[in-house]
Design a protein around this ligand. Sequence first.
Ligand code: 5GP
Ligand code: MG
Ligand code: MG
Length: 179
Amino acid sequence: MGTDLEKVLISKAEIDAKLVELAAEIDRDYAGKDLLIVGVLKGAVMVMADLARALSSEVTMDWMAVSSYGAGTKSSGVVRILKDLDTDIAGRDVLVVEDIIDSGLTLSWLISNLGSRGPASLEVCTLLRKPEAAKVEIDVKYTGFDIPNEFVVGYGLDYAEKYRNLPFVGTLAPHVYGG
Ligand code: 5GP
Ligand code: MG
Ligand code: MG
């Protein structure tokens, strides 16, 4: 795995510090509320696990799996629900937790889908955001890091299902993509 990497973009220590900051904001904003955090599988597994443990508030957790990418690095724009929520979110305060927003296609689809279920509130927290995301009309309340337009892996993010278990966010050497 080591030789596949080009560089570390965001270290584990930087991620941890940022999640503590975001958790403090979320604790403050949802004080007295019954927050449901929704992780989008599989990429958001690490950020959900670490963010949830950084929160002081009692929250409930649920998961959704959608597919928008194949094994490659380009968004198809076509979103399918692979696993739906177990929770009825009508009247609930919902915070969607994402690993990364790139084109924003997946997220805008998800937000309109979840929004149609009548939640009391619906906000988004993402660990990473790429420049393209700024062009879409999605209000992202909590953002960890704005990153350059590079394909990243690690901390939940994969390339062909590999590298998700790296504890940091990094980029891959060109030879991995067959370059
Ligand atoms: P979007 O629909 O915003 O273009 O992409 C959303 C999904 O595409 C993310 O949840 C993630 O699964 C995948 N994705 C987008 N950019 C990257 C990237 O740089 N690296 C990896 N591994 N996945 C990405
Ligand atoms: Mg995601
Ligand atoms: Mg992926």
